[in-house]
Design a protein around this ligand. Structure first.
Ligand code: F6R
Ligand code: MG
Ligand code: MG
Length: 371
């Protein structure tokens, strides 16, 4: 049987440097030290995007493997110790569970994994975002795998012409549904156009059933039941030879879309495509960032990365993001820059309501509430 390789990308914010903007080099060193000493992984690449530490790992143990998740958890715990020593900001903020119990999902860190039999050549792109939520991938994934104006391969490559299946998760009710593109796209858009609730979890090549993309869909704020930071999602996409070309995967980011997140996880802002070296969001804690690292898998080795947004062809997208940011910032605390009340991560509303409750007059009865 052909050997299967799993690519696991696992991320967490275990302490910011400075504030919520970046990751201290000592944390990256610590993570590299632990992962490089593990016999479980074939190869690894450790990086950060904004204040999130990203572990990109290859192995032969499959998805949801307890040993790999334990390794990631232990790495984050060890990095948290370093963060505490340096008094970095929010040390351990994404480690919600007290102890690891077999699977890292639900404990705070974000996870995206694909298991593949490597093709003759296996190009993959790992997308990593900061200051936004899992549904931020809906718009680009739709364009990449369902929009012929973005992906001409859907029209002119016979191996893509049959389309793709989308697994969409309802993050509030914890349900999933499979949509088939292109037949179901109008139905699907009803849901994925609401990215705060519905997120594309996986995409499959319809004709072969092969995995094409996988994202992280954890919603930290729902898991914790209180504010602990936006989820800062990741996504893995396979490219070429029946999957979208590298350029088709990157093209949606040339037309920046608005996402939820940014300052205090409570604002709309443009998702800015940047090279890894420019991923620290500092203007009003943003605007939200996305980094795309490309790798060729070779017997599980991560050949790369190639930093895909380190290209002047994305300069205008960045300029547009800055223009959009300038405009949105003029709105200050007003919607639609600020998120609607039920989507903000900071909910002062109940406190203010409580404070003012006696000053509200019920107009239905036209009687002032009792003192
Ligand atoms: C957003 C984010 C930051 C913080 C902000 C306030 O996802 O991480 O914008 O929300 O810096 O942080 P605290 O409340 O920790 O002072
Ligand atoms: Mg943070
Ligand atoms: Mg972050």
């Amino acid at each position: 049987m052909d050997k299967k390789i799993t690519l696991s990308v696992i991320k967490a914010d275990v302490g910011g440097f400075v504030g919520h903007s970046g990751v201290h080099p000592e944390l990256l060193e610590k993570a590299r030290g632990i992962i490089s000493g593990s016999p479980l992984v074939i190869d690894y690449y450790i990086t950060h995007v904004g204040d999130d530490l990203n572990l990109i790992l290859t192995h032969e143990l499959g998805r949801n493997n307890g040993e790999i998740h334990q390794l990631a958890w232990d790495t984050f715990v060890a990095c948290t110790e370093v963060a505490k020593k340096l008094k970095l900001y929010g040390a351990g903020q994404d480690l919600l569970g007290d102890a690891f119990s077999g699977n890292i999902k639900g404990l705070g860190p974000g996870v995206a994994e694909i298991e593949v039999v490597e093709r003759k050549s296996e190009p993959v792109i790992v997308l990593m975002a900061d200051k936004t939520e899992p549904g931020a991938w809906n718009y680009p994934l739709y364009k990449i795998f369902a929009d012929p104006f973005n992906t001409v391969g859907l029209v002119i490559d016979p191996s893509m012409h049959g389309g793709f299946n989308f697994e969409v998760r309802d993050l509030i009710e914890n349900k999933k549904i499979i949509f088939s593109a292109p037949e179901d796209i109008y139905d699907m858009l009803v849901f994925i156009g609401a990215p705060g609730r519905f997120a594309i979890k996986r995409v499959f090549h319809k004709a072969t059933g092969q995995i094409a993309a996988a994202s992280s869909t954890q919603r930290l704020n729902l898991m914790a039941g209180r504010y602990v930071g936006k989820d800062d999602p990741i996504c893995i996409i396979r490219c070429q030879s029946g999957f979208p070309a590298v350029g088709e995967v990157l093209e949606p980011f040339a037309h920046p879309h608005l996402v939820s997140g940014w300052m205090r996880g409570s604002h709309h802002g443009p998702l800015m495509p940047v090279p890894a070296s420019r991923s620290c969001p500092t203007r009003f804690d943003g605007p939200p960032r996305v980094v795309a690292l490309g790798f060729q898998l070779a017997d599980g080795k991560l050949v790369g990365p190639q930093d895909m947004f380190d290209d002047p062809a994305f300069d205008r997208a960045r300029d547009l993001c800055n223009q959009i940011a300038d405009y949105l910032r003029t709105l200050g605390p007003f919607e639609p820059h600020r998120l609607p009340l039920d989507e903000m991560e900071y909910t002062t509303m109940p406190l203010v309501m409580e404070k003012l409750k006696d000053r509200f007059i019920d107009l239905r009865t036209a009687k002032k509430k009792k003192e």
